[in-house]
Design a binder for this molecule. Structure first.
Ligand SMILES: [Fe+2]
Length: 475
């Protein structure tokens, strides 16, 4: 049964300055409608029931010929019936959706559950020794020429083949993260991984080489088992986000599917860990109480300050224990951290609500100019923002009435001449037709019509993260 509960509201203690005028504010009505039991199973949050292979797709516009590869995106899609009142959006079995492009054609669309032993057994498929008990549901990346589905909290990545069938996990990764950060200079992946059932009092800083072999693993002790969803990287630091969402023994005792809750007593802070240092070298810096899943990027400025751009929520999992949008909605902030004084200056970049930030992949950990985010509204994801982080200017591509997008993945053009000379790719869901499409935008100008739309006869549920995986990046 659908119920409504009392909204929790909170405010920031620090004086903040907006770079942009006239921005819309998060209003109570937005949160109220985001806040219902079962919401994260309804509409396009709801799972699809079958795996499809589609080879005939209508294309509007022109797919750039240089795009040869696959656009892949992972997300939760419960395989079995779940209880709407207790189900958490983050817990559903992973399903990867992919579209294969080549020489201006769209060859196929596939959606496949990331196989776990439970799903394999339920489908009567053969179990191999590399199957996991859980199917990673959060991200899908290429590394070391192979493709991996990722999730946080104690599960290893699971390898997929070209057709998105699950090969299985690779024990060399260990318990991993859904959000490794790519070092464009070394080709390494840096991650903060946690495993609440086993680590309890610490997280791990893990560096995987370009060959997917372990380079470094360091235990970082924390005062509580925080939910550490993501991290950030700069030239000299790995940045750990220790926010007040921690393992709740009360929730565990109640048998909750998702045992993390808002923890007001846990001070929000970030840790600057020297990339070549030891755990005791970490510099902890407090920030105002908040939660954040995703930084856009981080870098070191000319003064040696660490700049972190991030989608910041006032609260998380305090009242809404089924998903991320019922306690507050995220805005775009910049934190400037002085490693010597441990002072953090917090600044609002854009008060409009937005999530799933991306930037040019080769500028991760470096100074950059452009961020791309998904607009978040009242049960809606109505457009893509392009944020000029130097000038404060912003533009938006609106998906249209009743149409909702996902994480905007930036793909540089091969002959690109500027940081924003590339494509933005995402799945867009249309409420009227109850179908989805892959949309390809020219990131140089979001006021233009889309370059191409690949129309699917099926819908792609709202999900989390993915990437354009060029064929040339594979073994
Ligand atoms: Fe994420």
């Amino acid at each position: 049964m659908t119920t409504r509960r009392t909204l929790l509201k909170s405010g920031l203690a620090l004086p903040l300055t907006s770079l942009l005028n006239g921005c819309s504010q998060v209003n109570e009505e937005d949160l109220t409608t985001f806040y219902e039991d079962g919401l994260y199973l309804s509409g396009n949050f709801g799972p699809v029931e079958i795996e499809s292979t589609v080879t005939e797709m209508k294309v509007s516009g022109t797919i750039p010929e240089e795009l040869s590869g696959r656009f892949l995106r992972n997300g939760p899609n419960p395989f079995s019936e779940v209880n709407p009142s207790s189900h958490h959006w983050f817990i559903g079995d992973g399903m990867v959706h992919g579209i294969r492009l080549e020489e201006g054609r769209a060859d196929w669309y596939r959606n496949r559950w990331v196989r776990s032993t439970r799903i394999v057994e339920a489908l009567g498929e053969a179990v191999n020794g590399r199957m996991l008990t859980g199917g990673p549901n959060t991200n899908v990346i290429a590394h070391a020429g192979r493709v991996w589905a990722l999730v946080e909290s104690g599960t290893a990545p699971s390898e997929l083949n070209y057709e998105l069938d699950t090969i299985g996990h690779d024990s060399g990764w260990g318990a991993y993260s859904a959000h490794p950060k790519y070092d464009p200079d070394k080709g390494e992946l840096h991650a903060i991984s946690y495993d609440w059932a086993n680590y309890r009092d610490h997280v791990k800083y893990v560096v995987m080489g370009a060959d997917a072999k372990l380079v470094k693993s360091l235990d970082i002790r924390l005062s509580g088992m925080s939910m550490v969803h993501d991290m950030a990287l700069t030239e000299h630091y790995a940045i750990i986000f220790d926010f007040p969402v921690t393992l709740s023994f009360v929730a565990l005792g109640l048998g909750s599917d998702f045992p993390f809750r808002w923890d007001e007593k846990h001070q929000a802070r970030l840790g600057l860990l020297p990339r070549d240092g030891r755990a005791e070298d970490i510099i902890w810096c407090n920030v105002s109480q908040c939660y954040a899943f995703h930084p856009v990027n981080a870098y070191e400025d000319e003064s040696g300050n660490v700049v972190v751009d991030i989608c910041r929520y006032d609260r998380m999992f305090a009242a809404d224990t089924n998903g991320p949008f019922g306690d507050s909605l995220p805005r775009l902030d910049r934190w400037t951290v002085n490693p010597k004084t441990q002072n953090v200056s917090e600044q609002i970049i854009d008060e409009r609500t937005q999530e799933f930030p991306r930037c040019h992949p080769e500028l991760n950990s470096k100074p950059y100019q452009f961020a791309y985010t998904l607009a978040v509204g009242d049960r809606s994801f109505p457009g893509v923002y392009k944020q000029d982080m130097k000038t404060g200017e912003s533009s938006m591509f609106n998906f249209g009435k009743g149409r909702h997008g996902g994480e905007p993945v930036f793909v540089p053009k091969q002959s690109g001449t500027s940081e924003d000379d590339g494509y933005l790719m995402t799945f867009v869901y249309d409420e009227t037709s109850n179908t989805s499409e892959l949309i390809i935008l020219d990131a140089l100008d979001l006021n233009q019509e889309a370059l191409a739309r690949v129309h699917l006869p099926v819908r792609v549920p709202y999900g989390f993260h993915g990437n354009w995986i060029a064929d040339k990046s594979l073994i």
